[in-house]
Design a protein around this ligand. Sequence first.
Ligand code: SAH
Length: 375
Amino acid sequence: HLSLAVRTPRRSRTGHMTELSKILRRQIEATGPITLADYMSACLLHPKHGYYTTQDALGVDGDFTTAPEISQMFGELIGLCLAQSWMDQGAPDRFALVELGPGRGTLIADLLRATVQVPGFHAAVDLHLVEASARMRSLQAAALPAYHPTWHDTVETLPEDIPIFVMANEFFDALPIRQFQRDPKGWREIMVGLSETGVLKRGLSDAAPIEALNSRLDDTQPGALVETCAHGTAVVDALARRIATQGGMALFIDYGAWHSDGDTFQAVRAHRPVDPFAEPGQADLTAHVDFTALAKAAAEEGARVSPLRTQGDFLRGLGIEIRAQNLMKVASGSGAKQIESARDRLIGADGMGTLFKVLGLAGPMTPLLPGLEPA
Ligand code: SAH
């Protein structure tokens, strides 16, 4: 997640840090160094001490801000994109509206509000949220008082008899990654172990030949660091397999590049970068999303894959400039300024507008999503 300037003082958070460090230390002492993926999973989702289990991560008072929290326009425009795709597919009379990692439920609430007028759309919606954290689930329930979502731990339990229309904003960046460093002979994995004084620290494994990295031998040099996210690829596999046969769509928005290249593992706390190993469970951990890996997984399952767009181009294509103008017309003086600055933050070339990328999936027989048509 994007780290932003500090706006509010950080609240004191003590008590959990020591517990999770102790747990990880004991585990490493007993069974040896763990992968970065295991470390990330424990820090984010440990049932008692994990970051998403214990912290109010999102928003001005939290550790990071996301696009739907910046402006209602984000969810509204995605709602219109989704409704258009639904109409393009013959307006199926029942479909699963799915969000992966809905955070505070802001995007889905804005999306539903923006689509109230689309004839038949709401009557067809069956709402499904994939969310690992119980704390986040309760925030989502509060944001959607008029709806009755079904929550899932994974995409594997989504209903199978209806098409899925899926969106995910800053979900894939929260999934655990592994890191590999190339040496003259092949790859070695970056592991989390203990220093002589018992402090968590990174080190290199013995040779770790992994098949998924064979293709990266062609475009990297010794010394290069690459990241893999098996969890993310598995999610896309499962969704794309269904979309390829049933129709529906998926929209993934996240920060990252066309390729994993270098160390992008980062920790953010109170809108500031911090050491990811200092206080496990107390900071948000993320890594850039490797969109090539996701696109490849989807194409292998037979889904249509859109070109990769920047968030700025995508939102401009959906009409954010007109939407902002209309909102500004009915807003008071400072309200209008806020709308203008939110728009600039979402699409600005020096920030989220280019750092964030958008990838869409559709069935082989259905049009690509609005805003993601080939240029
Ligand atoms: N989409 C929201 C929130 C992004 S934060 C927004 O844009 O504001 C990441 C979200 O994914 C949180 O809701 C977090 O609890 C959830 N999450 C993280 N890892 C997950 C996992 N492995 N499975 C399901 N949900 C997860």
